[in-house]
Design a protein around this ligand. Structure first.
Ligand code: NG6
Ligand code: CA
Length: 516
């Protein structure tokens, strides 16, 4: 009897050991549920800047391959038309306007609550290694930042076990890299000081010392000079730690490749946040002249090369088929974003907006509708998907894939959509541009009335401000030329009510367009 009992226990033990590890998550047995997850995030890349989305004058073969062999979204959105809010939404699965997120100076405190659920935290809890390489721009520290000590809280405190990053943007000080909170290559005898309000005595500026510039400014960008490029904000010291702008792409790529090699034996999540084609556009000399469009075109070719090299590394390490790659951009395109870099004068026939209206900072489509695709060799079949999806939905969709029960306030689970098995995307999406919001529902977009200039003449972009509300059918009128507000008052009222319901009263104060 005893032996039988022991045998029974043994059988139970064996059964529990051989039980497939896949309990929850993807319901399809053919879809592995612990693939590596890579998010490649570009900065200011427009809907029409990639060959797969129609660009002809900028060769992007590496991006095109992934886009054309993956699920390529035509209605894929960043949450916002600027960087900080979009990154907040991607990493937290929460609408950025709930937090009042907007473009941050390099000295701003971290805007993600360290107690908040995030994409890397959710994945770490599922046994993933989590890493960041590239642009952060979600704030650091909780008040005054001393750049000569470990800067915290930052990426490490919101879920990234390893983080290599620039604090804000390439055009903002401090122009140094940080590794897990410490400024890389800092000489303790040459401490860094950073201030966005006033200059340090005797330090040259773009405004007062044009003779020191190799790239001139058009608007803003006239404070401290680093590598002959005038920046936003003032900085002193830290000479040995300053980055070389032309090497940034190679540096981030090398770190991303190293991350893959270091973590290939375990499931990993890598957020590879490239700096291109944000200003200042500083292609490595290898890419200068790669297009006829000047530096903006050349850095897109450089970014494309980085994508190709990165994918090659996954291949060489034998893990490409076990890696899901999500590619997108944090907001739409801008040509003149503050430097005289020929982006506007040499644009030729290229349309970075891909037929959409507006651009970065705009509530019109080109602000938030961006290149967005999901590539997973061997698992995802090529498809062009018209489903409505936002980067904010990556959280819930990936959570479902890996079997996590974690949830966030606004992320919608669209796993079958990102795997190309369904076109049932979101019903509604609130998009945001410099603290203003609008509602996308089905094929329609409702843009409430907003005060403010119709066009930002510095960047030459239509912002989506209008004295009366606007309504467009995006399926029939992609370029938003035919405002239906007057001809279809019923639908206008219906969408207006829906907008009020979803938008609620949080942070409703309409704030002045903030470009500083
Ligand atoms: C604006 C900058 C712009 C860019 C942007 C942030 C000026 C006049 N303009 O304030 O150049 O840096 O902020 O871009 O300073 S984002 O992609 O990070 O949101
Ligand atoms: Ca951006």
């Amino acid at each position: 009897m005893k032996t039988l009992f022991q045998l029974l226990i043994l059988a139970l033990v064996i059964a529990s050991c051989t039980k497939p590890t896949k309990e929850e998550g993807s319901t399809d047995s053919k879809v592995p549920n612990k693939p590596n997850i890579v998010v490649i995030y570009t900065d200011d890349l427009g809907y029409g800047d990639v060959g797969a989305y129609g660009a002809k004058d900028i060769p992007t073969p590496n991006m095109d391959k992934l886009a054309n062999e993956g699920v390529r979204f035509t209605n894929g959105y960043a949450s916002s038309a600027t960087c900080t809010p979009s990154r907040y939404a991607l990493l937290t699965g929460r609408y950025p306007w709930r937090r009042g997120a907007k473009i941050l100076p390099g000295t701003a405190p971290l805007i993600i609550d360290t107690a908040q659920m995030t994409l890397p935290k959710m994945l770490a809890a599922q046994g993933y290694a989590t890493g960041l390489v590239g642009k952060w721009h979600l704030g650091l520290g909780s008040g005054f930042v001393n750049w000569n000590e470990r800067v915290s809280p930052g990426p490490n405190e919101v879920g990234f076990q390893s983080a290599y990053y620039m604090a804000a943007t390439q055009d903002r000080v401090p122009t140094v890299y940080l590794k897990d909170g410490l400024v890389e290559n800092l000489d303790p005898n040459d401490p860094i000081e950073v201030d966005y309000a006033k200059n340090y005595e005797g330090q040259p500026t773009g405004k007062d010392n044009p003779e020191l510039l190799r790239m001139t400014w058009h608007h803003g960008h006239n404070s401290s000079i680093v590598n002959g490029i005038p920046r936003i904000g003032y900085m002193k010291g830290g000479e040995s730690a300053k980055w070389v702008d032309e090497d940034m792409a190679d540096n981030f790529l090398a770190r991303a490749q190293q991350y893959v090699r270091d973590h290939k034996e375990e499931p990993f999540f890598l957020y590879y946040a490239m700096q291109q084609p944000h200003v200042p556009r500083t292609p490595h000399p290898r890419f200068v002249g790669a297009t006829d469009l000047g530096p903006r075109g050349d850095v897109i070719v450089e970014a494309d090369w980085c994508v190709g090299e990165f994918v090659k590394t996954l291949e060489e390490e034998g893990i490409l088929e076990n890696t899901i790659i999500i590619f997108s951009s944090d907001n739409g395109p801008v040509l003149n974003d503050g430097y005289n870099d020929e982006a506007d004068t040499r644009i030729g026939n290229h349309d970075p907006k891909g037929g959409l209206r507006g651009g970065k900072y705009s509530l019109f489509e080109a602000g938030t509708r961006v290149p967005f695709w999901v590539y997973w060799k061997g698992t995802i079949q090529p498809k062009v998907s018209d489903a409505l999806i936002c980067q904010m939905d990556v959280f819930a969709s990936i959570a479902k894939l890996v079997g996590s029960e974690d949830k966030t306030q606004d992320s919608e689970e669209l796993l079958d959509v990102i795997l190309g098995k369904s076109e049932e995307g979101r019903e509604n999406l609130i998009i945001e541009a410099t603290s203003r919001t609008a509602l996308r529902t089905g094929d329609y977009i409702f843009i409430p009335a907003y005060e403010g200039p119709a066009v930002n003449t510095e960047v030459n972009i239509e912002l989506g401000n209008s004295e009366t509300a606007m309504l467009y059918n995006l399926k029939e009128d992609l370029g938003q030329q035919n405002n239906l507000a007057e001809s279809n008052p019923e639908l206008l009222a219906q969408l207006s009510a829906k907008y009020e319901e979803l938008r609620g009263t949080e942070n409703r104060k309409v704030e002045a367009l903030e470009l500083k």
